[in-house]
Design a protein around this ligand. Structure first.
Ligand code: PYC
Length: 413
């Protein structure tokens, strides 16, 4: 249990200090600038300060902390991926997440639930078997189970899906978890701030100054900053930032929508994903069903949500759990996903010296937050890619070394 939580429970007064300092002005020079005060940017700042003593760092955000994809996902954590590179990377993330409440001394409500990826066709089941073999080989707890076992663990599921698309089996991943996503951003922000990092909200980067292929500064809505290192961790805004340094990436941006229902009594322990019905659902500690579907099928740089999405999602949800037909949807939202052709991220150094990318997260950025923090901090501090992200470098697209991870997407895209 986080020590702070225990002290809070035992105290008679409940004073909550500010989570991080507010700064009236930007300084005109920092050792490093991080663009994006989401989970990734703040985690990188925290590990830069904690592990490399780099505290002369400014984290800039055009909006507010955790207001981008960190606050717009369905907070699922898992490592049952398809490629060796992906499994190793996400497994380290699961490990870091599982002890993050202690590390940040803040309860992030990490809740291990068990994660099912349901298959409704033979070909989907074949991909699940493939993933299970790669997972087991790398020591990740994940295996294929039969429909009767799914029913045993999740008795309220309709295995027949109303006769429409009977379930043929599932990839089961017991360590699959959910986390309070805001707490992750705020915890990293607070601990980075405590170590001297400056967080500047409402501060947009308008240009990046590059001379002789080396970053020398950043123009912002609040003035110019001299710096030789810039890390971009802005998810769906990546193309706008890479354009500033003249870098081409194969990223396209598509909306990913999600919603929550009114709170219900606890009935769903597990995280249920259906690859064929394009649906994922879990129940939060507040009782809400947190749900999402696949990407919207078009490029759009917008965080608008649509009625089509909720209608399609409800239709699929009711095939699995028909008794939910009277439940109301309370809120819906969208995030902008920066998609890559092989569904793996783009991380690390770039042809511009001092410009580092943490991008291409598509639909799985949140679950990578801690491992992005540690590996990007290493990369920025040493100007050299951490071994866990070497395979994800931008250069793979010209070297034909793609890391095909589409088969591990939670739902078919
Ligand atoms: O990859 O687990 C996942 C996921 C859940 C929601 C979007 N992606």
């Amino acid at each position: 249990m986080p020590l702070r939580l225990l002290k809070f429970a035992l105290s008679r007064q409940y004073r909550e200090p500010r989570m991080f300092r507010a700064h009236d002005r930007l300084r005109d020079r920092y050792d490093a600038v991080i663009i994006g005060a989401g989970g990734h940017g703040l985690a990188a700042a925290y590990y830069l300060a904690r592990d490399y003593g780099m505290t002369d760092v400014a984290v800039l955000d055009k909006g507010y902390i955790g207001g981008g994809n960190t606050g717009r996902n369905t907070a699922i954590v898992r490592s049952n991926y398809l490629t060796v590179e992906g499994v190793r990377f996400y497994d380290e993330s699961v490990r870091l997440f599982s002890r993050l409440s202690q590390d940040l001394d803040l309860n992030i409500f990490y809740s291990e639930r068990g994660h099912f990826t349901l298959a409704h066709t033979e070909s989907t089941l074949r991909t699940m078997r493939w993933r299970a073999e790669v997972n087991k080989h790398l020591g990740v707890n994940s295996f294929v189970i039969a429909p009767r076992e799914i029913k045993r663990i999740c008795p309220s599921i309709d295995l027949d899906c109303g006769g429409h698309m009977p379930i043929t089996g599932a990839l089961y991943h017991p360590p699959g978890a959910i986390v309070r996503h805001d707490a992750v951003a705020w915890g990293y922000g607070r601990e980075a701030d405590r170590r001297g990092v400056e967080i500047h909200q409402q501060t947009a980067v308008t240009a990046i100054d590059v001379k002789n292929d080396q970053v020398v500064g950043v123009e912002t809505s609040r003035g110019y900053i001299r710096t030789s290192r810039v890390l971009s961790a802005v998810a769906g805004y990546t193309p706008r930032i890479t354009k500033m340094v003249g870098l081409r990436t194969p990223i396209t941006v598509q909306p990913l929508q999600a919603c929550v229902t009114e709170p219900l009594k606890p009935w769903l322990d597990s995280i249920i994903v259906s690859a064929n019905l394009h649906l994922y659902v879990s129940q939060s500690s507040r009782g809400e069903l947190v749900m999402g579907a696949s990407l919207d099928p078009y490029e759009l740089h917008s965080e608008r949500s649509t009625l089509d999405f909720v209608e399609g999602l409800a239709d699929h949800l009711l095939q699995l759990f028909p008794f939910l037909s009277d439940v109301k949807v309370n809120r819906q939202w969208a995030g902008m996903s920066d998609m890559t052709p092989d569904f793996s991220p783009i991380m690390g150094t770039t042809p511009i010296r001092g410009f580092y990318l943490d991008a291409g997260w598509g639909t799985w950025g949140f679950k990578a937050t801690p491992v992005c923090g540690t590996t990007m901090a290493y990369t920025v501090a040493n100007d050299c890619n951490h071994e866990l992200i070497a395979a994800f470098n931008l250069s793979r697209f010209e070297e034909y070394e793609l890391v095909g991870e589409k088969g591990a997407a939670s739902v078919g895209h």
